[in-house]
Design a protein around this ligand. Sequence first.
Ligand code: ADP
Length: 636
Amino acid sequence: MPTETFEFQVEARQLLQLMIHSVYSNKDVFLRELVSNASDALDKLRLAALRQDGLDADTSDLHIEIEADPDARTLTVRDNGIGMSYDEVGKLIGTIANSGTAEFLKELEEAKDAAGAEGLIGQFGVGFYSGFMVADEMTLVTRRAGESKGTRWSSRGEGTYTLESVEDAPQGTAVTLHLKPADPENQLHDYTSTWTIKEIVKRYSDFITWPIRLVPGTKGEGEGEETPGPETLNSMKALWARSRDEVSDDEYHELYKHVSHDWRDPLETIRLQAEGTFEYQALLFLPEHAPHDLFTRDFRRGLQLYVKRVLIMDDCEALLPPYLRFVKGVVDAQDLSLNVSREILQQDRHIRMIQRRLTKKVLASVKEMKTADSAKYATFWREFGAVVKEGLLGDADNRDAILAVASFASTHSADEPTTLQQYVERMKDGQDDIYYMTGESRQAIENSPHMEAFRARGVEVLLLTDPVDEVWVDAVGEFDGKRLRSVAKGEIDLDVQGGEQAEGEREKQAEEYAGLLGWMKEQLGEDVKDVRLSTRLTVSPACVVSDAHDLTPALENMYRAMGQEVPPTKRILELNPAHALVRSLNEAYQEREDRTELVETAELLHGLAVLAEGGQPKEPARFVKLVAERLEHGLR
Ligand code: ADP
């Protein structure tokens, strides 16, 4: 087959441009990326050999090799791992499948300046392509384990790459960088120097569980001396098996970057050593930023599962519940079968035991973080709170632990979230319930008429804006013996003090308005469940509320979006008897024989109430027409 030339995908080309003009100042990390890919390839080969009897592959001496040639100015990173087929090279190296990439490039375009771009590269990482920060040409020769032919890929990073079949490629992958000219000012970053290579490997890749060997013949400090055999540069010690004081934070962070493909440091590192009959170690990380696809179906969750230092599964979901799916890390268990399938793992008693333990440990760490480092906790909760709250629905065992680390926006403070405990401590005398309101945004909720009486009386309301909030509040029901109550649902009795006087007042109003309310209910027909006087309004004329046990509109929409059939829920229209418009309407109702015009007023009042909570009147065009007529009338 002749050499074929291909164009890079648009996204890939943009990224390459960025690498070639290398706005990223820490160029050393390209070696970490290549070594990380090589290590993954070795893991994959071992897993394949484990699962696939008769795979024609050599697994006798799996390792990574680094070879530098100062005269030719090349650096090669070689592995004898899984390799890639011709098609795979085109697919994996020629395109960028990573779902975050599109997002990345969009933000990059917006960043414009170099500093912004640098920050973004540090956030997203670009794996293989980072080689172009230091090389003006890259060549990759690879042969997939079990196949006979190899593939050679080559590119100067400028828009095209070439592919050709090769006959004599060894199993695995060799990536050769044709380095940019040396900078005499900057010896530290001469990547053909043994010293530099050793430093970088030690710094970024020491924990890699495969030997990383420096091929002799590479220029050493004592040039001309007899070169000894290949030298293994990394200690290969599993970080999770070493004691805490033996391992630096930086080393943990590098492991995090390797398992997560994140270029940033983690927010928190969590260690766990379980002794006894079923022994295992875990090293978990909380990222600092939520990935873009956290709420999508194809989000890849799961920890790496090792059995006695051997990786047996790359993304084992069974180790953590879905609501902790953002946690990254490694679990190494002593007594599991090496050849265990995902399905069996889901059922495995030991795995379930580990899951329970890890869940408690993660929640306990967040709790500790909350007291020890509130800024760090705030970051965590901002990024992952919406996911963690999903646990309030499914995980009854840990409900209290989750509530203990949860915090919520509240009318108490514009920027400081509150815990439920703090809310309860601030409750007014005679207040029995914890009030909340759900909605699109803090602003939308605060402007909603339902909040009026609470604001007027200084009663604190939790402002819940995550979609999951609609659901967990119902599932949880109460905290510390106090009911969780929506300010937009059911009847609200805020007259905690002076109850009797208010009671008398209300009875009188009920009598005065009884006629109007019944008439309006009749006129609005199917559009309302009931019409009644409100105790929650002080400024607005009307609002719509849900009955105590009915679905809220947001929930209704959510179920529909999930494809479930739900009958439309009718809402209750509440009128504010203290509002001039409502009073006048009542008077007109009592005085007039012909109520045609009042029917429209009733309709408008209902439409206004729906609008005020962010909804839409049933027939917007008709609503607009009626309002316009009334406005015009007012000007006459
Ligand atoms: P990432 O490693 O984040 O997936 P890269 O751009 O570094 O992104 O690599 C893209 C893909 O190319 C990898 O996911 C892997 O499938 C493949 N690949 C890269 N390097 C190697 C290698 N040394 N051996 C086998 N496959 C590799």
